[in-house]
Ligand binder design. Structure first.
Ligand code: HEM
Length: 219
C-alpha cells in the first residue's frame, strides 16, 4: 500500500477509488434520507436496520469512516504536491489551463469537511452515545423525530444548504478528475458526462430539498 501511495499516479488512483466509494455511500445515504419526506415509517425502518445491523455497524461503518478520513488526508497531500509542482513548472497558473472549480477543489473540500464535523456532532455522536455509552433501550420509531428536530434551527438548515451547494461544485469537478485518474478513455468519460452531471447536481439538490422540507414542515 505505501508503495502504491508513494507514486503520484498511485496517489491519484487511490484518491479516485476513495471518491467512487464515497459517491456510492452518498447515493445510499440520499435514498434513505429522502424517504423521510414521503414516509416517516419507511425512514424509521431503514434507519433502525442501519443502526442495529452488526454488519453495518461494525464492518461498513468503520470502512466508511476510514474512506472519509483517507479521502481528506490524500486530498491535502495531493494539494500540497500540486502546489509545489505548479511553483516549479508554473504550469497551473490561472484560467489558462484549468477551471475555477478544479483549482478550488481544496476549498470546496474544506467546506465539506467543516460540514462533516457539524453533521457528526448533530447525528453521529449522539447516536453513538445513545447506543454505546448510555446503552439506552432501542426504540425503532425515534429516528424521524430526531431528524426533524435537527432542522428546526434556521442557522443549521442554512449551513447545511450552503454546504450542499459546495458539495455540488466538488462533485462536478470530482467526477471528471476521478474518471481521468482511474485511466478511463476520454471517449468513455465523455459518454458518462451526462450521468455524472445529473448525480453531481441532483444529489446535492435532493439533500437541499430534504433540509428545507423539514425546516418548513416543523410541527
Ligand atoms: C439533508 C441531508 C442529510 C441528512 C438528513 C443526513 C442524515 C444523517 C443521519 C440521520 C446520520 C446518522 C446515521 C447513524 O449513524 O445512525 C448521518 C450520518 C452520516 N452522514 Fe448524513 N445526512 C445528510 C447529508 C449528508 C451529506 C451530504 C454527507 C456527505 C457529504 C453525509 C455524510 C454522513 C456520514 C459520513 C455519516 C456517518 C456515517 C453513518 O453512520 O452512516 N450526510 N447522516
Amino acid at each position: 500500500m505505501s508503495g502504491v501511495l508513494s507514486s503520484s499516479i498511485g496517489r491519484k488512483v487511490a484518491m479516485a477509488a476513495s471518491a467512487f466509494f464515497l459517491m456510492f455511500f452518498l447515493l445510499q445515504h440520499f435514498v434513505i434520507n429522502i424517504t423521510s419526506i414521503f414516509s416517516p415509517e419507511t425512514f424509521n425502518e431503514l434507519s433502525h436496520f442501519m443502526g442495529t445491523n452488526p454488519a453495518v455497524q461494525f464492518v461498513l461503518q468503520p470502512v466508511l469512516i476510514f474512506g472519509v478520513v483517507f479521502h481528506f488526508v490524500m486530498g491535502f497531500i495531493l494539494e500540497a504536491r500540486n502546489k509545489k509542482a505548479s511553483v516549479k513548472y508554473v504550469k497551473n497558473n490561472g484560467a489558462a489551463n484549468s477551471t475555477w472549480v478544479s483549482r478550488n477543489m481544496i476549498y470546496s473540500g474544506l467546506v465539506i469537511l467543516a460540514f462533516i464535523v457539524l453533521h457528526f456532532i448533530d447525528f453521529w455522536i449522539p447516536e453513538m452515545k445513545y447506543k454505546y455509552i448510555d446503552f439506552l433501550p432501542e426504540s425503532p420509531n425515534r429516528y424521524y423525530e430526531e431528524l426533524v428536530h435537527k432542522f428546526h434551527s434556521p442557522i443549521r438548515t442554512g449551513a447545511y444548504v450552503a454546504s450542499f451547494a459546495f458539495l455540488a461544485l466538488h462533485l462536478l469537478h470530482g467526477f471528471k478528475s476521478a474518471f481521468q485518474s482511474s485511466g478511463m478513455s476520454a471517449k468513455r468519460a465523455a459518454k458518462l458526462e451526462t450521468v455524472s452531471k445529473i448525480y453531481a447536481i441532483g444529489i446535492p439538490v435532493g439533500f437541499i430539498v430534504i433540509a428545507l422540507f423539514h425546516h418548513f414542515n416543523q410541527h
